[in-house]
Design a binder for this molecule. Sequence first.
Ligand SMILES: Cc1ncc(COP(=O)(O)O)c(C=O)c1O
Length: 385
Amino acid sequence: MAPKFLYYFITVVGTAATTYTLLQLLRNPQTKEKPPKRKQNVADLIGNTPMVKISSLSKLTGCEIYAKLELANPGGSAKDRVALAVIQDFEKKGLISPNSGDVVFEGTSGSTGISFAMLCNALGYTAHICLPDDTSNEKLQLLESYGAEIEKVKPASIVDPSQYVNAARRGAQALTDDPTTDARGVFADQFENDNNWRVHYRTTGPEIWEQMDHDLDYFVAGSGTGGTISGCSKFLREHDDSIKVVLADPQGSGMYNRIKYGVMYDSVEKEGTRRRHQVDTLIEGIGLNRVTHNFSQGEAYITDSERVTDEQAIRMARFLSSNDGLFVGSSTSINAVAATRIAQRSEKGTKIVLIACDSGTRHLSKFWKEALKVDSKITLEQVLH
Ligand SMILES: Cc1ncc(COP(=O)(O)O)c(C=O)c1O
């Protein structure tokens, strides 16, 4: 009698437990975690971005390679953090106030402009974006869709007064000085603005540290303004000085030589060899030939640099899309090539975190046009060739 009762008891309890689990899964089949709390403004969605393992690269190298998905910010890149920090700082200093016609000016070839366009709309300002006239169409269309004021200028060196950063600085001053309006202009100045690296020190770095359970060996990022690499590496190395920070640099940029040999020089600097005025590459957002305030704040924490060609980045983008469903932009792809090289010469199990700056959707007309020509079955050896 007892064993029969026990049998029924186990069957009933077992069935109930299975049904409960199935119901839970049906309610939310994708996650066992609680959804994020509801927010009051788009600005509140910024940060706390996910971290995901890149399975293909990890499996093939025997290391653990993770991507910090900054592309999951509401404006699609890490620049949301910077734009919010800059606007909040202007407000704190009384330089702008919401819904009073004040305008935030920025000189940017893309991501930062989109972040300002989004946040200005959300917080009661106008964004005025100066950019080179060869900026990709999808970025221009996004800015237009947000209704930002757009000023296109010819690509030029930073010493040229018509360069887009200088145009933005001038525009902000002209609006503030204009006696016919009370509206004020502020120049965001992402390259030199101290809030840039600090927001990564305050938020991105600590998030990575927590998400990796205080255990990582390498941090890999590119440098545009230098804000991300400076803020994150300073935070991470203050918590564990053995973490190595590697700057991934595109062709045509002087950062690689700066880190390796202390000299900012690239061979395309030779008279007559430069095709484009800033950095000679298809890669957008990273690479520079001058030391910015934001880069200088973290330079001492950078331990090494990897130079990556446009072709390697293009092939890696295709590889990640085909093998991992990760559809990334050009600077992320550069970071992935650098991370893979590091993994190949490291001990098994080495933990590497790279920044996934933005999505491939921002790069469809230029970078991804080339990536689409790559065979989707490309091997990792062929990618790194
Ligand atoms: C797509 C993309 N990746 C990377 C970066 C580099 O980030 P940082 O300016 O913090 O060095 C930028 C900067 O604009 C970017 O637009």
